[in-house]
Design a protein around this ligand. Sequence first.
Ligand code: TXA
Ligand code: MG
Length: 352
Amino acid sequence: QDNQPAAAGANEADESLREAADSVRQGGLVAFPTETVYGLGANALMTEAVEGIFQAKGRPSDNPLIVHVASETDLEELVLPYPPLAARLMERFWPGPLTIVLPVRPNVLSPLVTAGLPTVGVRMPRHPVALQLIKLAGCPVAAPSANRSGRPSPTLASHVLEDLAGRIDGIIDGGAAGVGLESTVVELEGERGIRILRPGGVTAEAIRLALPDAEVISEPETGAAPEQPRSPGMKYTHYAPKGELAIVQGKPEAVVSYVNEQAKLLKADGAATGVLSFSERASRYDADLVLDLGSESKLEDAAHRLYSALRRFDEAGIDRIWSEACPAEGIGGALMNRLVKASGGTIVELDK
Ligand code: TXA
Ligand code: MG
């Protein structure tokens, strides 16, 4: 039979990926899935294209973009010689959710990509569609998360359309993004230091395990924006839900009763209330909208669901949201980082 639907489907997918890659090479803006969140890709060598990213997102121009590559040969053209520690990180974690800040080679990338910094954040994604898109485009691909600035990063193609429909040239729907939180951003300090600028898909523990002789430096999560941020993106408040979000920490029983008391009071005032809970206690909250992040013994699920959940609170017009907390270990570190940012640092400590 020369008419097999499966084969035809695969060809169509190939064809649309090729079209998307052509569009990127020629200066178009194309959203695509990665193993972290959806990215909004543009040719990193073309200033007009990169300018389009900032416009479509409404992103401040002093916040630099991550450049995505498909091979280490591609990388060599973009950066100056880098220390062996960086090479070891790449060897261990690429392709994957790790962005490494390296000295940029002058006059190659559009200057808008680096926002005037002497460095560039680079990563090689693991998602097959992302890798293939970059390969076919044949150019380095600048790609921030494909959301409007100030909204949660998109983990589904429908999130991208909610934020960017009419502002971009195309989107490749690859289903749900993997990790659900953005990549880990690191910079090197001296010969042994690896500073985590943004916790993400590659955990601090995984880096320590892979490179036992390195010193991994990660800052505790306070919610306060650093005065002199080492990563420009860290000074922006990021996503905050339309409703006020508070993180409630303490013994599980105490958290449930505190949240239910507060919710009762606020409901009496006519407020719409929401709770972000782990499965273990989700059925015990009396709020208008209780969203279940999955079991607290499987924080990967919570990471995967967080941004969708935050979007749903906005859609439902929730005024006040309480969120449970989790230990800042493993992927929990990145999860708490995003929650603390979304709460603007509002943390209620019940049993301290
Ligand atoms: O998972 C991800 O990293 C996704 C996908 C699409 O790859 N991209 C992403 O990009 O999250 P964006 O633009 O939303 O976040 C980039 C972060 C920002 O916090 C930015 O400040 C930081 O990386 N960054 C970029 N270049 C940097 C540099 N040269 N030095 C320090 N931080 C940098
Ligand atoms: Mg972003």
